[in-house]
Unconditional design. Structure first.
Lengths: 310, 576
């Protein structure tokens, strides 16, 4: 069962086309990482699903309900955490959570127990009577996560939950998100901190200039991107004759001599990294250093995007 | 060594002018000012122009009248708009966290202040230039010499300098634009009031009126003083935390009352309970958690207004052996004063409900909850409703006093005392809610709290002044006097003033309240019906939205090249 189904989504702000035909599907229990440079259209997509963006075109469904058709029902099924933490400066943590529990129409008899539960989960029980604006930024983010869990929604929409946090707070939020993942929550999370997403996301979508550049399971993306892996090689002698012999190896796309090394791009489906090593030696090259480029999410991100915005 | 010409750049002034020219409101303002100035110029010589025996000779010598009217209108526009235009000059930089960057450049504090001042003066001088053709016409009509004309222009320039530097000082002093805005008008009001007081009493009796030179020295001296304070405050108050002055005032009152309460043995009339929200969370927050919504603070507001009201009424009744005029005028004075305070409080409160939520960035989270839009609006308005209820008490005190004061005399002017009381009650019942809903509506349309408050005050002024424009138009078209009266009585201000001065006629009163009551109901209905759209929810356009296909407009626009999406084999993957 798909919790999120977005098909051909378009969002315009006047003459700016923020989202241009994005499609994504998130099954129940999946953690979907939404990655993209600033202004790529991540927040706009999340806002559409959070019923906060009028005038979009295309299909945006939560639990099979079109966001524009029945937004009230959609709101009951989502927990939205924006990329900023708006503070009601006059409320304590307890009042803040009771306030939102009331907005979600949780019965009064159950509110205290639920508030205690979410505070325990987010490790904020000791701050229950503190003023919200006196909390640290990391605590505020955890409080915001506590808020979105109050009504036990099917889908959590988390827009940059770790942005602006110090390393400790970031780790705390990351651990909390892992906990939510283990609880079986469906999560759509956008972030710039790519290696953190890599640790918890079952699938990622890379978006740039309002268009989906790539999406799928992380391993799949890595595997596909490795089709054009770069291997950095240092040879004792890298004259033009050696370079020409390397260029003629089947499966080698290009050979790019650099200051202290040669960058070889190869089609890994036709020539493995190990076979390239042997082929270089057969071509007369004496290898001093042999370093296949490590593939991680940041590399994938840099490979797939060019830093343009909508 | 190669010599270079020194380059005099005015980077801040250039940036400010470029920014200002990007806003449509400046052009709208110029058009509005041109309409006002030329309209007033026309009214000044209208009697001659529309005369059946009009001839060019009749205009001879009328230049002085035209110049006086136009100069007064310009002075009014300067006092009205210049503080609003200037109060954000420095405070806005503080709010955007750009002042620190500005201070680290090679621009000195005085340069920054002067360039900011110049940027505002350029705009206001453009407005003054609008009247140049009228001055030319006035000069050709005669009745005014070149020295007189120049002295009036000089006075307008000096007034602009004075007001702009005063607002700039407030802007450099305050942490937020809203605070700077209110401080500008408050200090200007104090100066005008103080100057009038001094001119009326001490100075006139002891030294005589200041001469023209002394006036110039006073104005320019004040300008220099304000600029000096602004320059000094620019750095010393660059990182000042924004303060809510209304809140600070009432906190001060709170402390005072607490200290005074110790003397009478710590009497507690209303004990605030630390209750959690029940079924109306937003209304709970507006009335139980917001500073000006709580019972405790509202009792302070009430005491601050009610005590002086009762004191003045009692002293007016007792002190002058029941002198009719004195009792009457004190009641009327209090009625007007309470109206001004009430209208301002309700307008600020109503306008800042949604814009405040936007400023605090709490609105998106609030509207992503399953509460219906109209529920949210109703609950948000609960604080304003409570404020209005509290303000009814001083209103009722004055209205009741005036009714009691005139008991025994059947009529007061054009109305019976009962009609007068009904009119007063209707004012209390209709106008506060009109102001509340109007300002609430405007607050949903704009992002900044300052513009919400400014726009709301402008809307109130429009509602008050528009009927007078209609009355003037009726006069000009030589319509029947009855029509002129209908228009004039259509203004809420007319009803408030005339009912106090001479008792408003019942027919006009009923028409007025029927119109404004309906308008209030319509505003409320509009706000509730379109609550989702006004709050920024996605309900707005779904009736016209296609569900699957991109719109025709999307197809017609040139599409950016799909660098990766088409080429990449990764797009369109689903969980595998």
């Amino acid at each position: 069962m798909l919790v999120v189904n977005v098909e051909n989504l378009y969002v315009d702000y006047g003459t700016i086309h923020a989202v241009r035909g994005i499609s994504l599907q998130i099954p129940r229990g999946e953690v979907y990482g939404f990655i993209g440079p600033n202004g790529a259209g991540k927040s706009s997509t999340i806002k559409v699903l959070a019923t906060l963006l009028p005038g979009y075109r295309g299909q945006a469904q939560v639990n099979g309900i079109e966001v524009s058709r029945d937004p009230q029902v959609v709101r009951e099924n989502i927990g939205y955490m924006p990329d900023f933490f708006g503070v009601y400066e006059d409320l304590t943590t307890r009042e803040y959570l009771h306030f939102f529990a009331a907005t979600y129409r949780i019965p009064r008899t159950r509110r205290a127990a639920i508030v205690n539960d979410v505070l325990e989960l987010t490790d904020l029980t000791h701050k229950i009577d503190s003023q919200v604006d006196s909390l640290s930024r990391g605590m505020k983010q955890r409080l915001a996560l506590a808020r979105v869990l109050l009504h036990d929604p099917d889908l959590l929409l988390l827009d940059e939950p770790a942005s602006g946090l110090d390393p400790r707070a970031r780790i705390e939020v990351r651990e909390l998100l892992k906990e939510l993942k283990n609880m079986g929550k469906t999560i759509l999370i956008s972030s710039h901190i790519l290696h953190e997403l890599a640790q918890m996301c079952t699938r990622i979508g890379i978006i740039e200039a309002g268009q989906m550049v790539a999406q799928g399971p992380l391993d799949e993306i890595y595997r596909r991107l490795q089709l054009m892996r770069v291997v950095h090689v240092q040879l004792t002698h890298s004259g033009e004759d050696v370079l020409n012999r390397l260029r003629s190896i089947p499966g080698v796309e290009s050979v790019d001599p650099q200051v202290d090394r040669i960058a070889i791009r190869l089609h890994e489906d036709r020539l493995s990294v190990e076979d390239l090593h042997d082929a270089i030696q057969e071509a007369g090259g004496r290898i001093r250093m042999y370093q296949p480029e490590a593939m991680d999410m940041e590399t994938a991100f840099m490979k797939l995007t060019q830093g343009t915005t909508a | 060594m190669k010599l270079r010409w020194p380059r005099f750049g005015l980077p801040l002034l250039s940036r400010e002018l470029a920014e200002q020219s990007a806003h449509a409101r400046h052009y709208a303002l110029r058009c509005l000012c041109a309409i006002v100035i030329f309209g007033i110029g026309f009214v000044a010589i209208r009697d001659v122009l529309v005369s059946d025996e009009f001839s060019g000779q009749m205009l001879l010598g009328r230049g002085i009248v035209l110049v006086d009217w136009v100069t007064s209108a310009q002075a009014f526009l300067i006092l009205l708009f210049l503080p609003a235009m200037t109060c954000g000059a420095i405070a806005g930089e503080k709010e955007r966290n750009t002042l620190a960057i500005l201070l680290t450049t090679r621009l000195g504090p005085l340069t920054i202040i002067l360039e900011k001042l110049a940027s505002r003066l350029v705009v206001i001088f453009m407005l003054l230039l609008l009247s140049l053709p009228l001055f030319a016409v006035a000069y050709s009509m005669g009745g005014i010499g070149l020295p007189d004309l120049l002295s009036r222009v000089t006075w307008l320039v000096e007034l602009s300098l004075f007001v702009a530097s005063l607002s700039l000082m407030c802007s450099a002093w305050c942490g937020s634009t809203v605070s700077a805005f209110f401080m500008s008008y408050f200090v200007a009001g104090l100066l005008v009031f103080g100057a009038a007081l001094l001119a009326g009493y001490s100075l006139v009796f002891h030294f005589g009126r200041p001469g023209p030179v002394a006036q110039h020295v006073l104005i320019l001296g004040g300008t220099v003083l304000f600029l000096a304070i602004a320059t000094r405050s620019l750095i010393s108050r660059a990182f000042v935390t924004p303060r809510n002055f209304i809140l600070a005032t009432f906190r001060g009152l709170d402390n005072l009352y607490t200290r005074m309460n110790v003397i009478v043995g710590n009497v507690v009339l209303v004990r605030e309970k630390a209750l959690l929200p029940a079924d109306k969370p937003i209304a709970w927050r507006e009335t139980a958690k917001k500073s000006l919504g709580t019972v405790r603070y509202l009792v302070r507001v009430l005491v601050a207004i009610e005590l002086p009201t009762v004191f003045l009424l009692v002293s007016a009744s007792e002190g002058a052996n029941f002198e009719l005029n004195r009792g009457n005028s004190v009641g009327s004075f209090l009625w007007f004063a309470i109206w001004i305070i009430a209208a301002t409080l309700i307008a600020v409160s109503g306008a800042s409900i949604v814009s405040g939520e936007r400023t605090r960035q709490t609105l998106p989270v609030l509207i992503s909850t399953p509460l219906r839009g109209d529920e949210i609006v109703r609950e948000l308005f609960a604080g304003v409703r409570r404020l209005i209820t509290v303000l009814w008490i001083p209103f009722a005190t004055v209205a009741g006093y005036e009714f009691w004061f005139h008991l025994g005399s059947y009529r007061v002017g054009q109305a019976t005392i009962l009609e007068r009381l009904i009119c007063a009650i209707a004012q209390m019942a209709v106008y506060p809610f009109l102001i509340g809903w109007m300002t609430f509506y405007f607050g949903t349309l704009v992002r900044s709290a300052l513009w919400a408050i400014l726009g709301s005050l402008f809307m109130i002024l429009t509602v008050i002044l528009l009927p007078y424009a209609g009355a003037l138009a009726a006069l000009w078209m030589d319509a029947q006097v009855e029509w002129v009266r209908v228009f004039a009585y259509s203004s809420p201000a007319s009803i408030v003033v005339i009912n106090e001065a001479a008792g408003a006629p019942l027919t006009y009163t009923l028409i007025n309240f029927a119109v404004f009551g309906t308008l209030t109901w319509l505003m409320r209905w509009h706000c509730l019906r379109n609550a989702d759209r006004l709050l920024g929810r996605s309900e707005t356009l779904y009736a016209t939205r296609s569900t699957n296909a991109p719109s025709q407009r999307a197809f017609s626009l040139p599409r950016a090249p799909r660098r990766h999406s088409d080429a990449s084999p990764l797009v369109g993957e689903t969980a595998g």
